[in-house]
Design a protein around this ligand. Sequence first.
Ligand SMILES: [Zn+2]
Length: 301
Amino acid sequence: MSFSSDVKNELTQTISSACCYKAEAFGMILFGRSFSLSEISLMTEMQEVAERYCACIRDLTDITPLMQKSAAGNYKITVPERADRIKILEYFGYTGKELALRINLANLDQTNNDCCSRAFLRGVFLVCGSVTDPEKDYHIEFNVAKAKLCDDLMQIIDDSGLKAKKIIRNNGYVLYSKDAESVEDFIGTMGANKAFMTVMQTRAIKDLKNQINRRSNFESANMSRSIEAGLKQVSLIESVLEKISLNDMTDDLSALCKLRLENPELSLDELGKLVNPPLSRSAVSRRFKKLEKIAEELNAK
Ligand SMILES: [Zn+2]
């Protein structure tokens, strides 16, 4: 099962108060495949969603919709009788003759803590939403066929303190969010608490991995800096050796130059440890300063 169906499955198990039950049902029915005088219908791959849709209509209006399963495994729910469609439309305050379908806010009891807006979003998500597995990407979206309906939904999303953007795709409209926090907020607001925890945990683990990656990038940057320093010292030594031989240097300096030529990749620390007796980083650094001076003097001649 996809993460999206996990979330929907969890949402269909939410137990709502009477006001929210109506709001959720309204979301499902209004944003389903069709909500008009000629057709009230829903298409879904998920049996749980199909059953929830049917149960809502039955519980609220005493009408039992017709549920059919296609060969491909999709569920199609319809209300075949015109009189039944009229009854459902009227229940939610519609005539079915509206020129542009809008969200009838009278179906959302807004006196009690936005509970119904959250339930409504849950219903809408069940029939036209999807969310990507947070392991792969942060992405939640609602697909809406009608422009005005999409704008009204955006308003409710806004009012709920959630963030979404709108794009046009395949002659329809898509409201979506792509940042981790928003995806988390949507899932939490709709009431999928288990999925909410999953997204939060995934996000925490991803953040930690990113931190570790940043650190090892930093470490390899440091490493390439020390290699660069080593190669500079090699060319310094080579330039000195064009004028004088190792034997012309003091013993400690010639030993260090020899070791550096053999080990250009080592840091000053590591190089110091190869010297007998071992030298500290700063002692190694001082000797190379001395060598630089010698090189300057030789060049001046
Ligand atoms: Zn409510």
